[in-house]
Design a protein around this ligand. Structure first.
Ligand code: GAL
Length: 688
């Protein structure tokens, strides 16, 4: 060893020692499965000499990291040649992690097939949309519909499960990584055609449902039906996306079944999804998982607590239970436009923001950059030299706090009386035919979510197919495609005493993405006692006024009519294109103990905020009474016994929050009646 290496080692060991003193020695660490909150990181032992592993794990332990996710890209290291498995190194990594009180989540490596596989079985490579084959050298180059690939990926998962399915230090599994790319080859096309046959049974039926007489599209043989992803017949487009979703589900299921067969039920199975990403229906794909996870990246700029919060709530809604943040950025990423870092303190605020929305784990991608590879510039917790980067200490603080607050948060979840409906069918349908390029269905959702969240703090985002009886208010921002079952679900909800608020473009399309024969909101017209007479894409704002004050409709305006004298016009358009002048912009009607409202305007911030207050008030919702300074968010997690508040200040200035009662400040360990929060300050409070 030369002198400089020796010095580096000494400094390095001193750092570890001081961190262990600061954050608690190994012997005091709780067992990784004790607490409800897990701090984790993505670790790639296969990229490093084994002699280095212990140092990494010691540093992780000192930062209160409770789990590592490993192996999700390690196929070539685990099966170096076909049928020859080498899992001994994985075993050694798991044992060493255990020694450091760090649990393991195993990733199945099917997102990165090895070169031998690709070359031996070229049919497993995906066909891109332009007909060219993908190739080895990146990742996700496989064809998710290919039988051979599924078999090989299934075998790999099975071997892993045989070895580690009963391992006490393996707490769960992640299948694959960020499902994304589909394939467009001839075999996939045949599968799609078979899928269509199973769904539509006869070509006459399909032709009728898709109105293929339009532009002479009528099919006389199943094999004539193409794959289209944009610009094609709307029924074809929607069917393709549904096929894609079902195919991801069946692809995933093969691996899930192999793992379940050989593992303890205590080991969970999840996969890491991507927030608002919409290449497949996440409700479909989530069904076979124990809980949903997602990879939460800010990219350029700073955390937007509203939009990001909605993505959390969306993920929680896939299975209507708490979820994991399986990846998040340690400071910055490498793939965005400008890869700025989160500000000092913001990473911690973001972690608590995750927990507030129902995450039970937060895991940093990644621990250390591979010395070569496509992601050399990405944020990490240790540098290329293997010693902590500045952010490491902030993450260690998060870890310490998770350990402290874990027992109090254990078993708690966010609960809401308000649901916002989200549907992939509707998002796809609108995005294929936006009619006004600014009409982004997620923006439409957020326009409701933001002001409602300000009032009630916690919101569920769920599919229109689930039971809604637990909610006092259900808002459907742009529920464009509405199946008969979903329409019935919504009507039952209103008849049962709920308040349903429909937003623009709702109830326009049927299950096949064809126009409803009734005007909007289609099957709900009768219950509403009114309808949309005409929709208008706007090139300029339209004035509106009424019960929610004076403002503008942006992007889109629907001219409503109200046939039922018992109903009420809430807002009207002012002078604009002549057609809209003086016409109803929002209407409402009572139905027994329930009510149904239709909002035809894209409300500006002011009128939306007044509308949100009206929705909450008329729905009999009583959120926690607390005055929050601007920029301070409150998240509530509870169960029958406990109620935990998480307060975070995202504003630049310090904020003082007076609590409605004395509470226990869990992180500070004291009783408080008020808290002062600096920028990115966090308080975790218990009501008992
Ligand atoms: C994720 C991916 C990780 C890593 C990360 C970088 O999308 O799952 O493997 O590439 O991005 O931000």
């Amino acid at each position: 060893m030369n002198v400089s290496r020796f010095h580096r080692l000494v400094i390095f060991l001193l750092v570890i020692f001081s961190l262990r003193v600061t954050y608690g020695a190994a012997t005091q660490s709780p067992s990784p499965t004790d607490g409800s909150l897990y701090l984790g990181t993505a670790w790639y032992p296969e990229q490093w000499p084994e002699l280095r592993w212990e140092t990494d794990l010691a540093l992780m332990e000192a930062a209160h990291i409770r789990f590592v996710r490993i192996t999700e890209f390690a196929w070539s290291a685990m099966e170096p040649s076909e049928g020859h498995y080498d899992l001994d190194w994985v075993e050694r990594a798991i044992r060493l992690a255990e020694k450091h009180h760090i649990a393991v989540v195993l990733g199945t490596p099917s997102a990165a097939p090895p070169a031998w596989l690709t070359f031996k079985y070229p049919e497993t490579l995906r066909t891109k949309e332009d007909g060219r084959k993908d190739e080895h050298g990146n990742r996700q180059q496989f064809d998710w519909s290919n039988a051979k690939y599924r078999e090989l990926a299934g075998n790999m998962a099975e071997q892993m499960a045989i070895h580690f399915g009963h391992d006490p230090n393996v707490i769960g599994w992640q299948i694959d990584n960020e499902y994304a790319n589909e394939s467009y080859g001839a075999d996939t096309r045949s599968q799609f055609q078979a899928w269509l046959k199973a769904r539509y049974i006869t070509l006459d039926n399909l032709n009728a449902k898709w109105t293929t007489s339009y532009w002479s599209q009528t099919y006389s043989d199943w094999s004539q039906i193409p794959i289209e992803t944009f610009g094609g017949n709307p029924g074809l487009l929607l069917s393709w996306r549904r096929f894609v979703s079902d195919t991801w589900r069946s692809y995933q299921k093969i691996q899930i079944e192999k793992i379940r067969e050989h593992s303890d039920p205590r080991q969970f199975i999840t996969t890491n999804m991507m927030g608002f990403f919409d290449a497949y229906d996440h409700y479909t794909v989530s069904q076979d998982l124990d809980f949903a996870s997602w990879d939460d990246y800010v990219g350029t700029g700073q955390l937007d607590p509203v939009r990001n919060g909605a993505a959390h709530d969306l993920t929680r809604g896939f299975l209507r239970r708490n979820f994991w943040v399986m990846e998040t950025q340690p400071g910055f990423v490498n793939w965005s436009k400008d890869n700025n870092a989160l500000n000092k303190g913001e990473t911690r605020a973001m972690a608590w923001h995750d927990i507030g929305h129902g995450a039970d784990a937060v895991s940093y991608w990644q621990w250390r950059s591979a010395l070569n590879g496509q992601e050399e510039y990405h944020g990490t917790l240790v540098g290329a030299d293997g010693t902590p980067v500045p952010l490491y200490e902030e993450v260690a603080q998060i870890g310490k706090e998770f350990d402290k607050a874990g027992p109090a948060l254990k078993g708690t979840e966010p609960h809401s009386e308000v649901a916002i409906l989200h549907s992939y069918d509707s998002r796809w349908a609108i995005n294929w035919q936006r009619h006004n390029q600014k009409f982004d269905p997620i923006d439409a959702l957020i326009s409701y979510y933001g002001p409602l969240r300000d009032l009630v703090h916690t919101i569920d985002i769920v599919s229109p197919s689930v039971s809604l009886t637990q909610y006092k208010l259900v808002v459907a921002p742009a529920l464009n495609v509405l199946t008969d079952e979903q329409a019935k679900n919504l009507m039952d909800y209103v008849r049962g005493g709920g308040h349903l608020v429909l937003g623009q473009r709702s109830g326009m399309k049927n299950v096949d993405n064809g126009l409803e024969i009734e005007r909007q909101p289609g099957p709900l017209v009768e219950m509403l006692g009114g309808r949309v007479e005409q929709y208008y894409a706007l090139d300029r704002d339209v004035p509106i006024s009424g019960d929610w004050g004076i403002g503008n409709s942006k992007i889109w305006a629907e001219q409503l009519s109200l046939g039922d004298p018992q109903g009420k016009v809430l807002m009207r358009y002012g002078k604009s294109n002549g057609w809209l002048d003086g016409q109803p912009a929002a209407i409402t009607r009572s139905v027994g103990n329930g009510s149904i409202t239709y909002i035809g305007a894209w409300l500006d911030e002011g009128t939306m905020s007044a509308a949100a207050k009206w929705m909450v008030m008329t729905s009999g919702i009583h959120p926690p009474v607390i005055k929050l300074p601007k920029g301070v968010d409150l998240y509530v997690r509870s169960n029958g016994q406990k109620c935990i508040w998480i307060l975070i200040n995202f504003a630049a200035d310090s904020a003082e929050v007076t609590l409605p009662q004395q509470m226990t400040d869990i992180l500070a360990g004291s009783k408080v009646g008020a808290v002062t929060l600096k920028q990115y300050g966090v308080a975790v409070l218990s009501k008992e």
